[in-house]
Design a protein around this ligand. Structure first.
Ligand SMILES: [Zn+2]
Length: 156
């Protein structure tokens, strides 16, 4: 009985280490995830946007969801590349969603970076890891600083 327990414990400890040996360091540390690691939370190492903020018991479900939505990850990748190359990412993404889901089309006020972020949150929403469907976000409003009004007159 204790033998069985030990074998299970050994296996659980060993699996992530085996995976880590031939793992690309730029990739997410969650087992089986091919996404780029962009977030390093304390204690968990480098993870992707989807795994970084989820409890470990959701990781396997998330990994499967990411695999099932690689087409959406590719869209995000294409949008970023096209934006960097000054290509018409907006027209491309609008066409991409035209018949599937017009809510996911980019809005006129939406820039490439917030749009790409929205599509990643959309993915999390689609796999059930995010309750609220993400809304399009416009550029942050620029507020007047008021510094000029507070500036003291220069004394002679
Ligand atoms: Zn990941």
């Amino acid at each position: 009985m204790s033998e069985g327990f030990r074998r299970t414990a050994y296996k659980r400890r060993d699996e992530p280490q085996e995976a880590a040996a031939d793992k690309d360091p730029t990739r997410c540390g969650a087992y089986g995830c091919k996404c780029r690691a962009t977030i390093n939370n304390a204690g968990t190492g480098w993870l992707c946007f989807a795994h970084a903020f989820a409890p470990a018991d959701r990781w396997q479900h998330i990994t499967q969801g990411l695999h099932g939505h690689d087409w959406l990850l590719m869209l995000v990748q294409d949008v970023r590349k096209m934006d960097a190359a000054n290509q018409d990412w907006r027209g491309f993404a609008a066409k991409f969603w035209e018949e599937a889901d017009t809510f996911c089309q980019p809005q006129a006020f939406e820039n490439a970076q917030p749009y790409a972020d929205r599509m990643l949150l959309e993915l999390l929403h689609r796999i059930g890891e995010r309750k609220q469907r993400p809304e399009p976000r416009g550029p942050a409003p620029v507020k007047p600083s008021g510094r000029f009004a507070q500036r003291q007159p220069v004394e002679a």
